[in-house]
Design a protein around this ligand. Structure first.
Ligand code: 5GP
Length: 201
């Protein structure tokens, strides 16, 4: 067990990926509310050039940047990884994540499969979790129900989902989100176990 005189535990990166509409946003938000993870796992706030959706807040959901500023920051090496996803830029600010790790706090990244590969090559100990909807049909229904996508964006997201699903085999764990509570339970178990949190640790 660690105390204030022992060195900080080796903090980890936890990566959650999965197709748009699989429920990963709901799941990761619920995960972060788990009492056992309080102060031990903090989400990295990504930057993006996509427009803000209703209800989203600057600095809480994303850092919303113009394409010009995002590209400038790419050049300056501001990102741990960045990708173009659905015709927009998305990236993980480097300093924020490194500072948390240095303090011994685990960092949660909710990023696409390409970004996950980049991070995993730099942090081979990262815990990689892939969330899936039970089927592509269910995914389509969920995306339509969300009502936030245009017809073009919806079909692009489904096309990308097919590609992303092929990457699930490279992850440490795959969770099928058929039932939100069960999926959350599974996610908590995996994260607690990997981070050595909870009874028995
Ligand atoms: P959305 O626009 O639905 O919020 O996110 C679209 C996709 O971008 C999701 O797959 C999400 O995981 C991914 N994404 C969000 N932030 C980042 C990031 O910082 N880096 C990468 N590579 N992907 C991200």
């Amino acid at each position: 067990m660690s105390n204030k005189n022992s060195p900080p535990s080796k903090a980890k990166i936890v990566i959650i990926s999965g197709p748009s509409g699989c429920g990963k946003t709901t799941l990761h938000k619920a995960l972060l509310l788990s009492p056992l993870l309080k102060g031990k796992l903090v989400k990295s706030i990504s930057a993006t050039t996509r427009p803000k959706r209703p209800g989203e807040r600057e600095g809480r959901d994303y850092l919303f940047l113009s394409t010009e500023i995002f590209e400038e920051r790419i050049k300056k090496g501001y990102f741990l990884e960045w990708e173009r996803v659905f015709d927009n830029y998305y990236g993980t600010p480097k300093q924020q994540a490194l500072n948390l790790l240095k303090k011994g706090i685990n960092v949660l990244l909710c990023i696409d499969v390409k970004g996950a590969k980049t991070v995993a090559s730099e942090f081979p100990q990262a815990l990689k979790i892939f969330i899936k909807a039970p089927s592509l049909k269910v995914l389509e229904v969920r995306l339509k129900a969300r009502g936030s996508e245009s017809r073009e964006s919806l079909s692009l997201r489904l096309k990308v989902a097919r590609k992303e699903l092929k990457e699930a085999k490279h992850y440490d764990h795959v969770i099928i989100n058929a039932d939100l509570n069960r999926a959350l339970e599974k996610l908590e178990q995996i994260v607690y176990h990997d981070l050595g949190i909870g009874p028995g640790f």
